[in-house]
Design a protein around this ligand. Structure first.
Ligand code: UD1
Ligand code: CA
Length: 456
C-alpha cells in the first residue's frame, strides 16, 4: 500500500521565546523539521505534506531542497483541523502517517511498525510515562481495547491518573481520515478540533484501533522550549557517539563529542574530548584527533594526527601528517602526505607539498608550495595589497628563514634559500640565496648609558 506522510508544524512555539519558527531550531546543526523529514524519507513515501502556519515562508525556504507539499493552515484550530488541510492532496487508497515537526527522535523501525499496523484501520503510538501530565490519556475498555483519547484539559480526576498517553503519532488508511475527520467537532475545553477524536468515532463504528508502545520516552519527546531542545540535542549526540563506537572509533568521552553533519571514520580512529565535527568530515584509518578541535568539511587521510586546539575548514590533509596544536587551516588548504603544520600557523588557499613544514607562528595564504619545503618561524606571505590577492609560489626543497616577509606575487624557485629576517619582493631563482636586511654593524668600545641623577 502507498504511504503518504503528514507532518504537523503549524505551532507557534511561543515557549522557545525566539524570532525563529520553532521547527527551524537546530538539533545537530539541522532544523528539527529536517530530522523529521529525513526519518519520513526512510519510509519511502509517495508524498510528504507539511502543515505550516500562516507566514511560514522562512520554513519553506529553509527546507527548499526537499520535494514537499506545503500546506498552509491559516488558523490554528487543532491537530484534527491541521490534518484536514492536507487531505485534498492525499490519495484515497494510501495509508497516512501523521508526524509532528517538533518530535525529531522517533526511530524509523517504530514508524515502520506503526504503518504496518494501519493497513486495515487506525493505529496509534502510545507511551507509558511516569509523569503523564499535559498529555492526552489513552482510554481502554475492560478488555484492554483502545476506545479513545481524552486530553489532559478535558480529563476527569480518575482519567488523569492514567499513565498511558497519546504520543500524537498516528497512522490510518486515508479513507478513515476522510470519513471521520469531517465529523470531529470542537466541543471541548480548548475549542479545538482534536485529531485523536477520529479514534473514538472509528471505534463507535465497530473498528478496532491498533496501538503500540514507543521504545523510549526520548523517542516521543516533543520540543516546546530550549530545555527540551537541549535534551533532544544531547540524546541525538549520544546516539551518534554510540554508533561511532560500535563501528570501532575510540571516543574519550561520548558526552563531549558533537557531530553536526556527517562523520565517516576508517579503522582505529581516536577522538579526544570536546571535538566538534561540522558538515562532511572523513577521517582515514588510524587518524587521531586531539582535544578541543573543530573540523568542518574536512578530509583527513590515514595515519594523520591533529593535535589539540586546531581549527580546520574546507581542508584536505594527507597521510601521516601532523597538524597543531593550535593550528588554523582555513578553506582551500591542502596538505601533502607527511606535511607538518605547527602551533599558531594560519593557512588559507594553500598547498603544502609532500613532507613540507610550517612549524611555528606563520601566515601562509594563496601559496603553492612544492615538496620538502621548510618555512621558518614567523614567516608571513603578504598576499593582499589592500585591493587584490596575489599568489606565492615556492618550489621543491626551498628553505625560508625565520621572520621572513614574502611579498606576493612572488616566486621562489626550487632549492632557493631565503635568509632569516628578509623582506622578499623579487623572484628568487633556483638555488639562489636571497638576503634582504640591513647589514649588521658591531661597534666596539661602546658605553652603555649610565643611570641619570634625578634632578627634581
Ligand atoms: C497533542 C495531542 C495529545 C498528545 C500530545 C503529544 C491533540 C488534540 N492532542 O497535544 O493527545 O498527548 O499532542 O505531544 O492532538 N499543530 C498544528 N496545528 C494545530 C495544532 C497543532 O500544526 O492547529 C501541530 C503543532 O505544531 C505540534 C503538533 O501539532 O507539532 C501537536 O500540537 P500541540 O499543540 O503541541 O498538541 P498538544 O496539545 O501537546
Ligand atoms: Ca506539544
Amino acid at each position: 500500500m502507498k504511504l503518504e506522510v503528514v507532518i504537523l508544524a503549524a505551532g507557534q512555539g511561543t515557549r522557545m521565546k525566539s524570532a525563529l519558527p520553532k521547527v527551524l531550531h537546530a538539533v545537530a546543526g539541522k532544523p528539527l523539521l529536517e530530522h523529521v523529514i529525513q526519518t519520513a524519507l526512510g519510509l519511502d513515501p509517495e508524498a510528504i505534506h507539511v502543515v505550516i502556519g500562516h507566514g511560514s515562508e522562512l520554513v519553506e525556504e529553509a527546507l527548499s531542497q526537499y520535494s514537499l507539499n506545503w500546506v498552509t493552515q491559516e488558523q490554528r484550530l487543532g491537530t484534527g483541523h491541521a490534518v484536514i488541510q492536507a487531505l485534498p492532496a492525499i490519495a484515497s487508497d494510501s495509508i497516512v502517517l501523521v508526524l509532528y515537526g517538533d518530535v525529531p527522535l522517533t526511530e524509523l523501525s517504530t514508524l515502520r511498525s506503526l504503518v504496518d499496523q494501519a493497513r486495515h484501520g487506525p493505529a496509534l503510538l502510545t507511551a507509558v510515562l511516569q509523569n503523564p501530565q499535559g498529555y492526552g490519556r489513552i482510554l481502554r475498555d475492560e478488555h484492554g481495547a483502545l476506545v479513545g483519547v481524552v486530553e489532559d484539559k478535558d480529563a476527569t480526576e480518575s482519567q488523569r491518573r492514567i499513565h498511558e498517553i497519546n504520543t500524537g503519532l498516528m497512522a490510518a488508511p486515508a479513507r478513515d481520515f476522510q470519513e471521520y475527520l469531517p465529523r470531529v467537532n470542537n466541543e471541548n475545553q480548548q475549542g479545538e478540533y482534536y485529531l485523536p477524536d477520529v479514534l473514538s468515532l472509528a471505534v463507535a463504528e465497530g473498528k478496532v484501533v491498533a496501538s503500540s508502545e514507543a521504545g523510549s520516552e526520548l523517542e516521543i519527546l516533543g520540543v516546546n522550549d530550549r530545555v527540551q531542545l537541549n535534551q533532544v540535542e544531547r540524546e541525538f549526540q549520544r546516539r551518534q557517539a554510540e554508533q561511532l563506537m560500535r563501528q570501532g572509533v575510540s571516543i574519550a568521552d561520548a558526552a563531549r563529542l558533537d557531530v553536526r553533519g556527517k562523520l565517516t571514520c576508517g579503522d582505529d580512529v581516536s577522538i579526544d574530548i570536546n571535538v566538534v565535527f561540522e558538515g562532511e568530515v572523513t577521517l582515514g584509518d588510524g587518524v587521531i584527533i586531539g582535544p578541543n578541535c573543530v573540523l568542518k568539511d574536512v578530509t583527513v587521510n590515514n595515519g594523520t594526527t591533529i593535535l589539540a586546539m586546531s581549527h580546520l575548514q574546507d581542508t584536505v590533509v594527507g597521510r601521516e601528517c601532523s597538524v597543531g596544536p593550535y593550528s588554523r587551516l582555513r578553506p582551500g588548504t591542502v596538505l601533502g602526505d607527511g606535511a607538518r603544520v605547527g602551533n599558531f600557523v594560519e593557512t588559507k588557499k594553500t598547498t603544502l607539498g609532500v613532507g613540507s613544514k610550517v612549524n611555528h607562528l606563520s601566515y601562509i595564504g594563496d601559496c603553492d608550495m612544492g615538496p620538502g619545503v621548510n618555512i621558518g618561524a614567523g614567516t608571513i606571505t603578504c598576499n593582499y595589497d589592500g585591493v587584490n590577492k596575489h599568489k606565492t609560489e615556492i618550489g621543491a626543497g626551498v628553505f625560508v628563514g625565520s621572520n621572513s616577509t614574502l611579498v606576493a606575487p612572488l616566486k621562489i624557485a626550487e632549492q632557493g634559500f631565503v635568509a632569516a629576517g628578509s623582506t622578499i619582493t623579487r623572484a628568487v631563482s633556483q638555488e639562489e640565496l636571497a638576503v634582504s636586511r640591513a647589514r649588521q654593524r658591531n661597534i666596539q668600545g661602546w658605553q652603555r648609558p649610565g643611570k641619570q641623577e634625578n634632578k627634581d
